[in-house]
Design a protein around this ligand. Structure first.
Ligand SMILES: [Fe+2]
Ligand SMILES: [Fe+2]
Length: 162
């Protein structure tokens, strides 16, 4: 089935959002590298890689359906944050924003009767539940650790194991 052009544009925009997300996580990772919190840094780098893979999932779907692909600009992202807490909170905020975008895309796919796109987006919507939970849990742990260096270093070691 030929994809409706508004939906094609929205999915192309989502490729950009996923790659932008990869970039945001890379900026967060750079911040943790600057603190020598290597476990946090590698965890955030893995998140970055996942966002890139998400972008590629949509890329492949469009390509398989012969929809022209557009690749927009990436904005400069911050690589400095005020605190560990603020950096992790930025990851959670990104995921919440992403969930909203994917929910809207899902509704658009259904509205246009594009069940192939809907099936693709079912995966994404499910993934967001896990992604938000991961970030929310990490933020809770960071808050519990607070300014206790020892607790933060234990968390850092745990995160290195991902
Ligand atoms: Fe994503
Ligand atoms: Fe994500």
């Amino acid at each position: 089935m030929t994809m409706q052009s508004d939906l094609a544009a929205a999915l192309n925009a989502q490729i950009n959002h996923e790659f932008s997300g990869a970039y945001v996580y890379l900026g967060i990772s750079a911040y943790f590298e600057s603190l020598d919190l290597n476990g946090f840094a590698s965890w955030m780098r893995a998140q970055s890689d996942e966002e890139r893979a998400h972008g590629m999932r949509i890329f492949d779907h469009l390509s398989e359906r012969d929809v022209p692909i557009t690749l927009g600009n990436l904005q400069k992202v911050q690589t400095e944050y005020d605190s560990v807490n603020a950096a992790v909170a930025a990851g959670l905020a990104l995921e919440q924003e992403t969930t909203q975008k994917l929910n809207a895309l899902w509704a658009q796919a259904v509205e246009f009767g594009d069940y192939q796109a809907k099936a693709l987006l079912d995966w994404f919507v499910n993934e967001q539940t896990e992604e938000e939970d991961l970030l929310r849990t990490l933020l809770s742990h960071v808050k519990i650790a607070g300014n206790e260096g020892a607790a933060l270093l234990i968390l850092n070691r745990e995160l290195a194991e991902r």
